[in-house]
Design a protein around this ligand. Structure first.
Ligand code: URA
Length: 251
């Protein structure tokens, strides 16, 4: 590892984990499979203009004293990619740091960009119903996106935007360490599982992100277009709820 800052950060992280009693796990060479903590492949970002070149990403787990508030203020100041120049509000995410469930969507739309909160438009109303259907309240779960700024005209996230924004979601998940994660749609599915597959292919599989079980399912906006996907989504979120309860010790 050539970068001394990165090397120091990784050293600090490893010492913290060893102090936390994880020596044996850390000494095991990580394996990569669809079922074990995959590292999503993200295309190398296209070069950005000098003023927007992102600082090297420090491993998220190495940031001592990190918090959701600190991440939100870093997002508010972020100019890593082109999306900062067209955004109205940044949309870091909403919910408590203690949330046992994190829902991850794609990117803010027009309503979210105007209000600074994720999933407040039509897709958000449906997400609220999905959350309620499995017995949670919106205020008890954490809701966020892989991009924290709106892509113009709601176009798909570009690979360099996903890469620039990546440390924020990584840090959020390190801070919260939820019991389960729901990936809403194929972009979040690819981010969290490393498998850039269609949702049809992804859903129902067993995936983990950093040891946390990931449940990919259809994006609420896709359900609004195709109600036939509501049934499989219901199956997915029920499986998520069951795993959450199993981990919480109340099956
Ligand atoms: N779609 C998303 O993926 N995220 C939002 O916040 C709103 C709509």
């Amino acid at each position: 590892m050539a970068d001394p800052e990165l090397r120091d950060a990784l050293g600090r992280y490893l010492r913290q984990r060893i102090e936390a009693g994880e020596r044996e796990r850390l000494l095991v060479k990580p394996t990569r499979s669809r079922a074990v903590a995959p590292q999503p492949a993200v295309a190398k970002p296209a070069p950005l203009p000098a003023a927007e070149t992102p600082a090297p990403a420090v491993p998220a787990a190495a940031i001592a004293g990190d918090s959701l508030q600190r991440i939100a203020s870093d997002v508010a100041a972020c100019k890593r990619c082109r999306l900062h120049s067209t955004r109205t509000c940044t949309v870091p995410g909403v919910g408590p740091a203690t949330a046992g469930v994190v829902f991850v969507g794609e990117a803010p739309g027009a309503d979210e960009d105007a209000q600074g909160e994720p999933f407040v438009g039509a897709a958000g109303q449906l997400l609220n119903k999905i959350i309620a259907a499995i017995g949670f309240r919106r205020e008890d779960v954490f809701i966020t996106n892989i991009l924290k700024c709106r892509p113009p005209n709601n176009r798909d996230p570009q690979a360099d935007e996903v890469a620039c924004c990546r440390p924020y979601l990584e840090r959020q998940l390190v801070v919260m360490r939820p019991k389960v994660i729901c990936a809403l749609g194929r972009h979040a599915g690819a981010w969290l599982t490393g498998a850039p597959d269609s949702m049809k292919a992804l859903r129902g599989g067993t995936y983990h992100y950093q040891g946390i079980r990931v449940f990919p399912t259809y994006h609420p906006a896709a359900l609004l277009r195709n109600p036939n996907w509501k049934r499989p989504t219901w199956d997915d979120v029920q499986a998520l709820r069951a795993e959450h309860d199993r981990l919480a010790g109340n099956p």
